[in-house]
Design a protein around this ligand. Structure first.
Ligand code: UT7
Length: 325
């Protein structure tokens, strides 16, 4: 039997030029490199320049992914951007990327599931491809979280960064077995009762302002370690696979201790985990496609490798995707 599989044909990323080392925060906040590294694993992060917006980051990453895939922009049927920091309340960042790429057909929209945004966008794109609504979709994670930081709050300001990653997802024939290349299974979850653990204290309807990110870090940490391993195992189980078969975990890059804890729960050594948090900080929905693109550029991901991606963020929302590269 032949079925349609959404396969990653190419990946690309973009990081703003300005790189901020941990030591810079010590000038304005009661913090230091030792605390930031030991608690989060973060050493530096990139920050968008004045006049540089989420759609700019997303467009750069999209162009890099198209080049890597070896396809032209007019071969793209749809664009999905995962972001919680859009240029405008509307229109969607995805439609601005579409225009910048010179695409005048197909459709484009944003997905907002905060740090889990790329997982939700990838699951949606996969569903659209399997339902034959599109053959090739640009799936992008792009954020300028520096714009929603409270610079006086040391518990959050040191953790987040800006960036974008993109993949080209393409319909390809598969056999229906879990040895196929492409997306094999997704597991998505949300529980709105946990809103207060991680939220932005502004918004269009409530305050008419963008607001600043607020987080109860220790509580989010507790949920993350428990929920990420559970959703990762659920995605593998839906695909009829076990963690022992995983070649690479490509996790959301929020905290090295969460990444280690999840790998440990899944019984996988850190040699099989892609880690970029030290160089990017937490880039929310951009972190997974950034990590995928970096690992791909380094030649670490081989065709046929089983990849497990997982993320959790505000909502709370969390999920995982099992796919073969
Ligand atoms: O991507 C979306 C999902 N987000 C996450 O996954 C983030 C999850 N949470 C975390 O990554 C961690 O909880 C943090 C990195 C945010 C914090 O690490 P922690 O080990 O949970 O530290 P903590 O919040 O328990 O704070 C320990 C101490 C506190 O002082 P007291 O109360 O023990 O005296 C904080 O006030 O560290 C203090 N602290 C700082 N000290 C120096 C908090 N931020 C800083 C700082 N520099 N930047």
């Amino acid at each position: 039997m032949t079925i349609i599989r959404p396969v990653i044909r190419g990946a690309g990323h973009y990081l703003p030029e300005r790189c901020v080392e941990n030591s810079e925060f010590s000038k304005t906040l009661d913090t230091n490199d030792e605390w930031i590294v030991s608690r989060s694993g973060i050493e530096r992060r990139h920050i968008a320049a004045e006049g540089e917006y989420t759609s700019d980051l997303a467009t750069h990453a999209a162009k890099a992914a198209l080049e890597n895939a070896g396809i032209a922009a007019d071969e793209i049927d749809a664009i999905i951007v995962a972001t919680s920091t859009p240029d405008y309340t509307f229109p969607a960042v995805a439609t601005q990327v579409q225009a910048r790429l010179g695409i005048t057909r197909g459709f484009a929209f944003d997905v907002q599931a905060v740090c889990a945004g790329f997982i939700f966008a990838l699951a949606n794109a996969s569903g659209l491809i399997v339902a034959q609504q599109a053959k090739r979709i640009l799936v992008i994670g792009a954020e300028t979280f520096s714009r929603i930081m409270d610079p006086t709050d040391r518990t959050t300001a040191v953790l987040f960064g800006d960036g974008a990653g993109a993949i080209v997802l393409e319909a390809q024939p598969g056999t229906g077995s879990n040895s196929d290349r492409g997306v094999l299974a997704c597991d998505l979850n949300s529980d709105g009762r946990y809103r207060d653990l991680l939220y932005v204290d502004g918004g269009v309807s409530r305050t008419g302002t963008a607001g600043c990110l607020r987080m109860q870090g220790r509580e989010v940490f507790r949920h993350a370690v428990e929920k990420l391993a559970t959703t990762a195992e659920a995605a593998l189980e839906k695909a009829g696979l076990t963690s022992a078969e995983v070649d690479w975990i490509v996790p959301h890059q929020a905290n090295l201790r969460i990444i280690r804890g999840t790998a440990q729960k899944l019984g996988l050594p850190m040699e099989r985990v892609v880690v970029t948090v030290q160089d990017h900080g937490n880039t929310s929905a951009a972190s997974i496609p950034l990590a995928l693109s970096v690992a791909h550029a380094q030649g670490r991901l081989k065709p046929g490798d089983l990849i497990l991606t997982e993320a959790i963020g505000g909502g709370l929302s969390w999920g995982a995707v099992a796919l073969r590269w």
